[in-house]
Design a protein around this ligand. Structure first.
Ligand SMILES: NC(=O)c1ccc[n+]([C@@H]2O[C@H](COP(=O)([O-])OP(=O)(O)OC[C@H]3O[C@@H](n4cnc5c(N)ncnc54)[C@H](O)[C@@H]3O)[C@@H](O)[C@H]2O)c1
Ligand SMILES: [Zn+2]
Ligand SMILES: [Zn+2]
Length: 337
């Protein structure tokens, strides 16, 4: 069977190997469509921290079951499944507390172990989520949306509260739609006018604000001086992360979803006076995927405009460079098998 491996930064190779054999407790899946994520783009560029090569990338997986044993979920050959791509140990303190998303031994498909850029893959049955009613396109975007669902759950969004979401990439956009569904009044912020337009036109956020010196004043006007009771960072950008606190109301929550590699600094009085609750949000759980599946089933997410690029398996190698440039209007690229 065919697979694509990232041999070293900047180099993909299309290769052949034998089909996987089903191990105990696992199922063999035929990959149908995968979503390309910032992690894949960074791994290809060579600036993903702690990444080792060669690696088969891909963790946003829409698949069909082609071999499976008896299982509690009653998943059968021919069923459409989404893969929850985080393998957790089940024994550590986080797992025992139900926080499998931040397992101390977590292994993510396409990051720590080989992922889905291959025709077939063997996956533990407990990571399969049946998605009978969804299209492969909807299934392939469930993972990035589940990241958003997890952040919304962490934030405990309340109806009618003002929230600011900084970063209108695929992650921020997912949070915006899910926050809206939870009843929040959403203010989207970015430095990129095109992405803000997307948030306004396709997600229908209440307000858009260009990041910069006057952003805090604009948010003060929009919220009648009260500021936002929850602020999300979905940029991972140091400057954005450090500024986010300025848009937050006293008693508010600051939810960090974006990943920054280095230190971020806050003036202690600035966070203390507001009695800031800083909440990090990492990966997602089964419940988050289920939330997303239900939203996708109801047609509440603009899947068609979110997937801006879609190509075939062998074409991907030639297109990947284009997806690194936000100037090409890419939000989510997907690859068909
Ligand atoms: N928590 C998790 O488990 C998890 C999972 C996936 C991704 N992430 C992280 O979430 C972040 C967003 O991912 P993405 O794929 O949407 O990224 P992306 O790069 O596509 O989008 C980031 C957006 O932030 C904007 N931005 C950059 N600097 C800014 C600034 N100073 N002010 C305002 N906006 C700014 C960019 O213009 C862009 O639109 C990344 O840091 C990614 O690593 C976290
Ligand atoms: Zn992803
Ligand atoms: Zn664990």
């Amino acid at each position: 069977m065919k697979y694509i491996v990232c041999e070293k930064p900047g180099s993909f190779k299309l290769k052949e190997k034998s089909k996987p054999l089903k191990a105990a407790g696992e199922a063999i899946l035929s990959i149908k469509k995968i979503g390309i994520c910032g992690t894949d783009l960074h791994a290809f560029k060579g600036n993903q921290a702690f990444f080792t090569y060669p690696r088969i990338l891909g963790h946003e997986l829409a698949a069909e079951v082609i071999e499976i044993g008896e299982n509690d979920q009653n998943i059968k050959v021919g069923d459409k499944v989404i893969v929850m791509p985080y393998i957790s140990c089940g024994n550590c303190i986080a797992c025992r507390n139900g926080k499998t998303n931040c397992c101390t031994n977590i292994k993510v498909f396409g990051v720590h172990i080989d992922g889905g850029m291959q025709e077939q893959i063997s996956v533990p049955v407990n990571l399969l989520i049946p998605a009978k009613k969804l299209s492969y396109a909807e299934m392939a975007i469930a993972e990035p949306l589940a990241i958003g669902a997890h952040a919304i759950g962490r934030a405990q969004i309340q109806p009618n509260e003002y929230i600011v979401i900084i970063g209108c990439g695929p992650i921020g956009i997912g949070i915006m739609k899910l926050a809206q569904i939870a009843g929040a009044k959403v203010i989207a912020m970015d430095i990129d006018a095109g992405r803000l337009n997307y948030a306004k036109d396709k997600i229908g956020v209440d307000h858009t604000v260009i990041a910069g010196e006057s952003a805090a004043d604009i948010i003060a006007q929009l919220t009648k001086g009260e500021m936002a009771t929850a602020v999300f960072d979905a940029t991972g950008n140091k400057e954005a992360l450090e500024n986010g606190i300025n848009y937050m109301a006293n008693g508010g929550r600051y939810i960090l979803v974006g990943l920054s590699k280095g230190k971020i600094e806050f003036e202690h009085p600035a966070i203390h006076a507001k009695e800031t609750t800083i909440i990090c949000s990492r990966n997602a759980t089964l419940e988050d995927f289920e939330t997303v599946i239900s939203i996708l089933e109801k047609g509440e997410f603009p899947v068609d405009s979110y997937i801006t690029h879609n190509v075939g398996f062998s074409e991907m190698i030639h297109q990947f460079d284009n997806w690194l440039d936000p100037g090409n209007g890419v939000i989510k690229a997907t690859v068909n098998f």
